[in-house]
Design a protein around this ligand. Sequence first.
Ligand code: OGA
Ligand code: NI
Length: 365
Amino acid sequence: MNNLQDWPEPIVRVQSLSESCLDEVPNRYIKPPLERPSIKSSSSSSSFASDDDVNIPIVDLGGLYGKDDTLRASILGEISIACHDWGFFQVINHGIKPELLDRGREIWREFFHLPMEEKQKYANSPKTYEGYGSRLGVEKGAILDWSDYYFLHYLPLPLKDYNKWPALPSNCREVIDEYGRQVVELCGRLMKVLSINLGLGERRLQDAFGGENIGACLRVNFYPKCPQPELTLGLSSHSDPGGMTLLLPDDQVTGLQVRRGNDWITVKPAPHAFIVNIGDQIQVLSNAIYRSVEHRVIVNSAKERVSLAFFYNPKGDIPIEPLKELVTPERPSLYQAMTFDEYRLFIRTRGPKGKSQVESLKSPR
Ligand code: OGA
Ligand code: NI
């Protein structure tokens, strides 16, 4: 077995494939038929709501810190329902300026449009995943996703290493830094809301994450144009292994799909919203009161897409298991303890594989 030292085969940048104007997707990227995006039928006879009418909940955080207690309670209620029913929601009026969001996204778009030799300076390895990458998982011969990415750490501070962040475009480190600082703060506020909604003290969930010593990292996804989008995926179905994710989607191009039963709902982003989702670690800590939800990304032949996925994670080396307040005789502990450092090795080795990983943590009963 590969001991996560290096990739099992030479890395091909999906962006280079896309720019070489192939008519067909290479075999390496062709998904088995059942995993391919379903082709939309435009039948008008159906009486069911079409995908176009459905969206994940949108929560206005505007009144969260105001004086109106009724409004505050109703915002908490909306988030509670969204966590239970969807595991995914968008937040607007979250307090981070639109200019910083646009600037952050554009800086990364510019990065991916730098010459390949500049980007290659940051080529990553499966040892830490930091830097410029094109696959997740180290299984030789695996079917790959139609995307490149950049991965970096903000927290804990010893892992934050500007040398592993891009130097270009100029000023990008400052923008990336400020973006991270503000998103960490927003995550802290959302953690309090989730904690209260779970019936716990407002700091309980954060404390279970390791207090101030949490992990925070950024995965910037770049989905190039694809000649046959119906045969592949930009990112295969997965749940996020960490605690909570705040995704800044592309402002022009959709692509994220969230699983709802047997359907895949395409997220329609609200302007300057973050898409928030529950990761596996909150599923474990909440003893499955909240569940991480599978999602995937589809690509298209007309437009590339950029997204910034910010992961707010527990400290890497503390055991994560159901909080004792959420374990009762009627609801016994569903999961065995595991550190996040150990847990994240699964996806880093096997790649995105739906929810198989958190399901495998089930306690023997
Ligand atoms: C991820 C992810 C979704 C997107 O990076 O984990 O789910 O829209 N990204 O890029
Ligand atoms: Ni994800």
